[in-house]
Design a protein around this ligand. Structure first.
Ligand SMILES: Nc1ncnc2c1ncn2[C@@H]1O[C@H](COP(=O)(O)OP(=O)(O)O)[C@@H](O)[C@H]1O
Ligand SMILES: [Mg+2]
Length: 232
């Protein structure tokens, strides 16, 4: 069993981290429902109880349930063995499909998307999985930007490799944050799971590709994904 777990990248350390991540929202749910139930009983016995307070306890508990759901969904994605199904695709179409999945977030924040795509050879990718890897990268950029930000996306081919760059003019990162972004569960966002880039890197590496991130605090971030055009 440990050998099989290792093969899928699920180390004992990862399992301990999962338990830790689940514990916080769970204790928030428990505490808030406990207080809710106590106050509801008090209300039932005619005591003066603030209804907005009651509602607030439910709201906080529901928010923690949402967070737990995100964590569980991301863990399901990340622990699924990745056996890519490669087919010849136009990477530009794969990028468009990922952008479409981010459409709501992009338009809610009035983000201007500027695409510069060279003429590209067909590339052997698992379109659905590459869409997911790119979507996580796009969403990170959207989250890092203010309303009206700009997302520059390029793709170019060179010597059997396709390079995709995703550049935002968002808040950027310190070197300390940058050095930790691929750690499972590392997040700077209260609603984040810290699993997005872990999953993107895993999917890209299953394509024998690489992901590199450069960032400057207060200026923005550039993510470069390189993929071989042909799989061996
Ligand atoms: N484009 C970006 N701009 C600024 N920070 C980023 C960007 N992409 C990733 N990060 C940082 O990396 C962290 C981890 O990202 P990720 O693994 O996708 O998890 P999550 O999005 O759930 O926080 C983010 O919380 C953020 O601090
Ligand atoms: Mg993310």
């Amino acid at each position: 069993m440990p050998a099989k777990r290792k093969k899928q990248g699920l180390t004992d350390e990862f399992i301990a981290a999962v338990a830790h991540e689940i514990r916080n929202p769970l204790s928030s749910i428990k505490m808030n429902l406990h207080v809710f139930s106590r106050d509801l009983s008090a209300l039932g016995s005619g005591k003066d109880v603030s209804i907005p307070n009651l509602q607030e306890h439910l709201r906080v508990a529901l928010r923690a349930v949402d967070h737990l759901e995100r964590i569980v969904n991301d863990i399901i994605d990340i622990s699924r063995p990745v056996v890519p199904e490669f087919s010849k695709e136009n990477v530009s179409d794969v990028m468009d499909a990922a952008l479409l999945l981010a459409e709501k977030e992009l338009s809610d924040k009035d983000i201007q998307v500027v695409k510069k795509i060279d003429s590209l050879p067909m590339v052997e990718v698992d379109a659905r999985r590459m869409e997911q890897a790119l979507l996580n990268i796009f969403l990170n950029s959207v989250h890092a930007m203010e309303k009206g930000g700009r997302l520059n996306i390029t793709a170019a081919a060179d010597l059997g490799t396709i390079s995709i760059t995703v550049e935002d003019n968002g808040k950027g990162m310190t070197q300390e944050v940058l050095s930790r972004v691929f750690e499972p569960f590392f997040t700077t966002s209260p609603d984040g799971t810290g699993l997005g880039l872990t999953l993107s890197r895993r999917l890209i590496e299953r394509h024998n590709g690489t992901i590199d991130i450069e960032s400057e605090k207060g200026k923005g971030t550039r993510v470069t994904v390189r993929l071989p055009c042909k799989q061996k």
